[in-house]
Ligand binder design. Structure first.
Ligand code: GDG
Length: 469
């Protein structure tokens, strides 16, 4: 079996307590099986860059990390990755900042990752690079002479061409994707936009999964990420989940709970969600005191101004709604800025009659799948899902809504609260079949299967039969 090298911005080291996210668990499993290595940033910041690699091995997974210096974090992580690419790729050109320093820092740090990974790579290794932080890394490894099979997976949306062209040097960035052999997206929609860009802006050609630019042909595929469904369902019936479930239920006093769980990020549509819920309260006085919205939103990227703003805005909206509707024994929104261990979270999902997942744009959205997996099959809740999340293309039995429309959100909440058990079960079963069938292992194999089938260094362009046709 070829050794797998995973390269991503952050490295998640497995621990005995098993508190890794689903993606990290899946990658760790693949690394363990192939005796591979995970390369990335330690998360530590040093005064000046040393390039010293920290090696570790935890639970059979080897990791190699470097620290970054402050300027790297400012320009690469907070800068180009999170102030330029993240908003742009989530269709928010109004929030995207374009600065030469950011672009310079992004390239410098990618060179640093290439320098770190390069001496660790052996000719038969298969390299899998993750996400928008590391788009040009593959090209940088090719420049260092590596002819290995290399894949790239984008965890966020690919923006429409007319938005992407607002990025200075966009062609140069996209060109670097052609250093990989396989490029993966969550959905056909993001894949479509990528192909469109390559054809329109670069004069490339598309033939099924094969996309050609100059003398490079790569495979561009849609491969939706999943969760560890079985483990999540088990977590929802664990002792910690059960305790949390009871605690939440007791506090609700027979009220129905709507739950939202999101990193505090403007792409998640939290402001619109609160406004949609306010609309529901306004339109349905008969539901007052009968419903509670619990929004769990651990802060993220607090050094970026737009994230500070969203925090302040949400504090204000939640305060306003609670001020307007609360009574001495009822608070319509419980807004919590802290995270919970996975098992407790699973208990919270299970206690909620409605999962309200309404991002304005999301590559996939794992919370939607986790909510489904955590439900009691005999009494499942209802998922309300934004049609702009990648997950909407799979979870068609959710109540799909436009998150920008407070009326649609209000109507969906009303419908979900009244939904008979039969319909809830039928919808849940269909969604659970998908969550179980296309789980995290399926995703990993979907991508690595393609990559392993590629001849080294892009020698195989197309299957014989297709090429002859
Ligand atoms: C990116 C893309 C894509 C959240 N709060 C707590 C907690 N979480 C966990 C959730 C879930 C994860 O964080 C969030 O995943 P999402 O998929 O919802 O969103 P992003 O973080 O934006 O992820 C996204 C994903 O990459 C994978 O490709 O789906 O579209 O944006 O797993 O459970 N976990 C715990 N406590 C919390 O309080 N334990």
């Amino acid at each position: 079996m070829s050794r797998l090298i995973v390269i991503s911005n952050r490295v998640s080291r497995p621990s005995k307590t098993g508190n890794q996210g689903g993606l990290a668990v899946a990658l760790s499993q693949a690394l363990r099986e192939s005796r591979g290595i995970w390369v990335g940033w330690s998360g530590e910041v040093t005064e000046s860059f040393t390039g010293q690699i920290g090696f570790s091995e935890d639970e059979g997974v080897k990791t190699a990390t470097i620290d970054l210096e402050e300027q790297d974090v400012d320009e690469y992580y907070n800068g180009y990755a999170n102030k330029t690419l993240w908003p742009l790729f989530h269709f928010r050109i109004d929030l995207a900042e374009y600065a030469r320093d950011f672009e310079g820092g992004y390239n410098r740090v990618n060179q640093r990752f290439a320098d770190t990974a390069s001496p660790l790579i052996e000719p038969e290794d298969v390299i899998w690079v993750h996400d928008y932080h590391m788009i040009p890394l593959g090209q940088m490894l090719r420049d260092r002479g590596h002819r290995n099979r290399m894949g790239f997976f984008l965890h966020i949306p690919w923006p429409p061409t007319r938005l992407l062209v607002s990025l200075p040097h966009h062609t140069k960035l996209v060109q670097t994707l052609f250093a990989y052999d396989v490029v993966g997206f969550h959905t056909e929609e993001w894949l479509e936009s990528f192909r469109h860009y390559v054809e329109r802006e670069m004069g490339g050609t598309v033939d099924g999964d094969y996309v050609t630019l100059g003398n490079r042909t790569i495979q561009a595929i849609a491969c939706p990420i999943g969760i560890n469904a079985q483990e999540y369902a088990d977590a929802a019936t664990s002792e910690a989940a059960g305790d949390m479930f009871e605690k939440v239920r007791r506090s609700l006093q027979d009220r129905a709970m709507i739950v939202g769980v999101d990193r505090l990020d403007y792409s998640k549509g939290l402001e619109e969600r609160f406004n949609g819920y306010a609309r529901f309260l306004k339109d349905h006085p008969e539901q007052h005191r009968k419903v509670v919205l619990t929004q769990i939103a651990p802060p993220s990227r607090g050094e970026v101004e737009s994230y500070q703003q969203i925090r302040a805005t949400l504090d204000a909206i939640a305060g306003r709604i609670n001020g307007e509707y609360s009574d001495v024994d009822w608070t319509p929104i419980r807004y919590v800025n802290q995270g919970y261990p996975r098992d407790m979270l699973a208990g919270i999902y299970r206690a909620a009659r409605i999962g309200l997942v309404t991002p304005l744009r999301d590559g996939m959205n794992l919370v939607a799948k986790e909510y489904v997996a955590a439900q009691d099959p005999e009494n499942p809740g209802v998922l309300i899902l934004s049609r702009f999340a990648g997950a909407a293309l799979q979870l068609k039995d959710a109540l799909l809504i436009n998150p920008y429309s407070p009326e649609e959100m209000s109507d969906a909440i009303t419908r979900a609260l009244a939904m008979p058990l039969d319909e809830r079960k039928r919808r849940w079963r269909a969604m659970m079949d998908c969550v179980e069938g296309q789980d995290i292992r399926w995703w990993r194999e979907c991508f690595t299967g393609r990559l392993l089938a590629v001849e080294r260094d892009n020698e195989e362009k197309k299957p014989e039969t297709e090429a002859a046709a």
